[in-house]
Design a protein around this ligand. Structure first.
Ligand code: EPU
Length: 345
């Protein structure tokens, strides 16, 4: 059998340690650095045991070596596509840094993404888990996106309904979509409404704005406050390797929520539009005794129990062992199941 030569943007046997924010060791059999849709088209029809799309690696747990093809998304570009009486429409390439996009829109005078300042990762990864913080989700500012269909070799356009956004979820997590490189997100278009209103309801953000004596903050002031709150509580992956929240906040039935609240009156609960109740996983983990506690070379962060940190030299297996211990402890104490937020590779 003849094997096709690899395109020049594909590298074999790549060290992955610097490519994920948890800094776990591992190697990829092949890695393609993708800076255009044309390169994706060149990969159509190539056989590979597995494929996975990597942004800046801020939501991935590397369990060891990866025997397939990693697509490292580096498609650049930010532009104002247009505007109408109601909104500005801004498009960004999948490889753009998320926070730099937020800062760029604010500097141009287009508010709307400020509550999502400083979230690590790329633009292309943002819709996958519908990133959210301080009362805003990506879905709230989403217009459409383009994805490259690797089976048919053509670009698709998806609107908001097609993306099926939910809390930390979207269609892209299903089989055949983004994560396993069935259809790969190449650019995202945002709708930034001109009828801008500050979103300052989140208690910690409100307290920070209060401290700064900002009763009517503008979008840049909100971004600054968000950045300050995040820096206080969340470790910088450049110094303390981590993948942000390691677990999702669990959504439980109203019955279970009420019962838990009777037994644990301090448990933070948020009623969802569908009647379910969102619990604070960080609180559950802290109460289960895991805040600031280590297991081997990993631990749950001392300032925010929801963040799993690599204390140095950890392996994927260390991360999985700690995740299991934390899930067991929370299940035993509260009968609540925690779901990891990052993708296990
Ligand atoms: N809490 C504790 N102990 C802790 C951590 C939190 O008791 O160690 C309590 C807090 O006191 C608060 C509640 O849990 O009552 C919620 O905590 P926090 O406001 O810190 O937010 P979170 O629910 O832990 C979520 C997102 C974050 C996002 C913040 C702010 C998830 C899984 N995480 O965290 O997103 O920045 O809200 O909106 O939804 C991420 O996804 O990587 C991430 C950092």
């Amino acid at each position: 059998m003849r094997t096709q030569p690899l395109p020049d943007f594909v590298t074999a046997d790549v060290d992955l340690v610097g490519r994920t924010t948890l800094a776990l060791p591992g190697r990829a059999a092949h890695l393609a650095e993708i800076s255009s849709c044309r390169q994706l088209a060149q990969l159509v029809g190539r056989q590979s045991p597995r494929r996975f799309v990597l942004g800046s690696g801020s939501n991935v747990v590397l369990s060891g070596d990866f025997d397939g093809l990693l697509l490292q998304m580096a498609i650049a570009g930010r532009e104002l596509l247009g505007e109408d009486a109601d909104a500005w429409y801004v498009r960004a390439g999948a490889g753009e840094n998320w926070h730099q996009l937020v800062a760029w829109t604010l500097a141009r005078g287009w508010p709307g993404l400020e509550n999502l300042a400083l979230i690590p990762g790329t633009v292309g990864a943002a819709p996958i888990q519908n990133i959210g913080a301080y009362g805003l989700e990506l879905a709230d500012r989403f217009q459409s996106l383009e994805a490259f269909d690797m089976a048919r070799g053509r670009l698709l356009q998806l609107d908001r309904a097609a993306c099926r956004f939910a809390y930390r979820d979207s269609v892209f997590k299903r089989q055949g979509w983004h994560l396993d490189a069935g259809r790969v997100v190449t650019s995202v278009t945002f709708r930034l409404p001109k009828d801008w209103r500050p979103l300052t309801g989140y208690a910690e953000l409100a307290a920070e704005l209060d401290r700064r004596r900002l009763a009517r903050p503008d979008a840049r002031q909100i971004a600054d406050a968000v950045i300050a709150v995040r820096r206080r509580k969340l470790p910088d992956p450049a110094t303390v390797p981590n993948a942000g929240s390691f677990f999702q906040n669990p959504l439980v039935s109203a019955e279970l929520g009420v019962r838990l609240r009777q037994n644990f009156p301090d448990l933070p609960c948020h009623v969802q539009p569908d009647g379910r109740i969102k619990l604070a996983a960080g609180w559950l983990i802290e109460q289960a005794g895991w805040k600031g506690r280590d297991l081997g070379r990993v631990g749950m962060y001392e300032k925010q129990a929801l963040v799993l940190v690599n204390r140095g030299g950890a392996l994927g297996s260390d991360v999985l062992a700690l995740a299991r211990a934390v899930r067991d402890a929370v299940r035993q104490r509260f009968a609540v199941e925690l779901t990891p937020e990052p993708v296990l590779l």
